[in-house]
Design a protein around this ligand. Structure first.
Ligand code: ZN
Length: 115
């Protein structure tokens, strides 16, 4: 009876090990997929950064826009994106009703031509 019990336990242990091996393989596969997606996104962000830099260079070199004007436009666009995305003022973080022209709390004014 003890011998049968031991064989039964070994069989159970083998099944458990196989199940754990399958779970590890599935986790590895999922991790590799996530790592590949991160590499793809890093590549795309790098391309976008290079494209933005090239466009900024063209603005400065061909159209005479100052680097400070380019930087100001970038910062304004980022703050407007923050208002749209969060519904909060990028300056003071209070709620910002999109229909308003200025923040009630700090006076921050997003550009009127952006929805
Ligand atoms: Zn504010």
């Amino acid at each position: 009876m003890d011998m049968l019990h031991s064989i039964w336990n070994l069989s159970d242990q083998r099944d458990l090990n196989r199940k754990q091996d399958r779970q590890i393989a599935a986790t590895d596969s999922s991790l590799q997929g996530a790592q590949q997606r991160i590499r793809d996104l890093q590549f795309r962000v790098g391309n976008l950064a290079a494209t933005c830099q090239a466009l900024c260079n063209l603005l400065v070199e061909k159209l005479g826009v100052s680097p400070e004007e380019v930087q100001g436009a970038i910062e304004q666009t980022l703050s407007l994106s923050a208002v749209s995305a969060s519904g909060t003022c990028p300056s003071c973080n209070h709620p910002f009703d999109q229909g308003r022209t200025a923040c009630l709390y700090c006076g921050f004014k997003p550009s009127p031509d952006v929805p």
